[in-house]
Design a protein around this ligand. Structure first.
Ligand code: DC
Length: 228
């Protein structure tokens, strides 16, 4: 398989990262979870200014102190913030609550977008997020946009939280999913929206395997059409 950029955008908790990981394994490409990067910056904000909230202007001035990288540990990709494994910490309810506000800051987006573009330069990459097909890689060869009802998505996220031993009720998760969608879709910079040339898939009534099949087939078809 020749190098391709595969962009998977969409609403929160539609299984973007599950699909992105599977595609990256299937094609031998690297996988970049850009949501984890926005979450790591948010967590940095909490750790730096621990008042139960994030001081956005202080955070914006401290971005040069943030180093995010990914590492494979026992076959699973882990997120590191300044050398510390934060894979679990970035899924905490307080990070869920603040991440959209942090992600709406122009300086934060510029800071992370540059890093994401470098990570994907000159290699096969599967990147998932909100603005990959529109802003980070507008020329990506394969673009997907995943949607599902808020209830289906909250059920998934709630299950993930339970399995990770994190606190929170189903209603809290549902409210957070709805609020984040709204914040992500209405922000002025790089709002969550479908790229014109993205394939939209409503995953509400599809299994993980069924969605994977659709994505996998579409990538193979695109690859064939490019390298014919
Ligand atoms: O995919 P996720 O739920 O882990 O993303 C967390 C938040 O980060 C999400 O509410 C919006 C933001 N985000 C973004 O603005 N742009 C991206 N490319 C990825 C995530």
């Amino acid at each position: 398989m020749n190098k391709l950029i595969i962009a998977i955008d969409g609403l929160a908790a539609t299984g973007k990262s599950t699909q992105a990981k599977r595609l990256s394994k299937a094609f031998g490409f690297i996988y970049v979870d850009t949501g984890a990067m926005y979450r790591a910056v948010t967590l940095f904000g909490f750790n730096q200014f621990p008042k139960g909230s994030v001081d956005l202007s202080l955070l914006n001035d401290s971005l040069d102190q943030i180093l995010i990288h990914f590492e494979e540990v026992e076959g699973k990709q882990q997120t590191f913030l300044n050398g510390k494994n934060v894979t679990k910490a970035i899924r905490a309810a307080e990070v869920n609550k603040w991440v959209s506000q942090v992600a709406s800051q122009e300086v934060v987006r510029t800071f992370l977008t540059k890093q994401q573009q470098l990570m994907g330069a000159d290699r096969g990459v599967v990147m998932d997020g909100r603005d990959i097909g529109t802003v980070v890689f507008p020329d990506a060869q394969c673009k997907f946009f995943l949607t599902a009802t808020p209830e289906v998505r909250a059920k998934r996220r709630y299950q993930e939280q339970l399995e990770a031993g994190l606190s929170g009720t189903f209603d809290e998760v549902l409210n957070n999913v709805k609020t984040r969608d709204k914040q992500d879709q209405t922000r002025t910079i790089a709002p969550l929206q479908k790229a014109q040339d993205a394939i939209e898939i409503d995953v509400s009534n599809l299994s993980i395997d069924e969605v994977f099949e659709i994505l996998h087939t579409a990538v193979l078809k695109k690859h064939e059409s490019i390298h014919r």
